[in-house]
Design a binder for this molecule. Sequence first.
Ligand SMILES: [Cu+2]
Length: 113
Amino acid sequence: MKNLIIITIAALAISFGKPPKYETVSFSVEGTCSMCKDRIEEALDKRGIRKAIYNPDEKMLTVIFNPKKLEVIQLHNLVAIAGHDTELVKASNAAYMALPDCCRYREGAKCDD
Ligand SMILES: [Cu+2]
């Protein structure tokens, strides 16, 4: 029993010392402009997320994250909380209405840039 505990602690210590293994995931997110890009990428500026890149033209988001810290659905939720619908999670009306007029993608808004 004591040996088992020691082995477990040793295994934990080794796994903590390892650099995290990142995974890359891409999914579609509604958005219109560079302001949307900044907002979406900022919403994903969290622990366990190494990089988030949103392409408003293709409406695709790519996230490099640590799957030990976050699940993919949490990435969708973070984006939806910022007001943007993803292919899995719809933003609440309140979050959507907090967006500036030119970012209201549900109404077909278009920004100048
Ligand atoms: Cu926008």
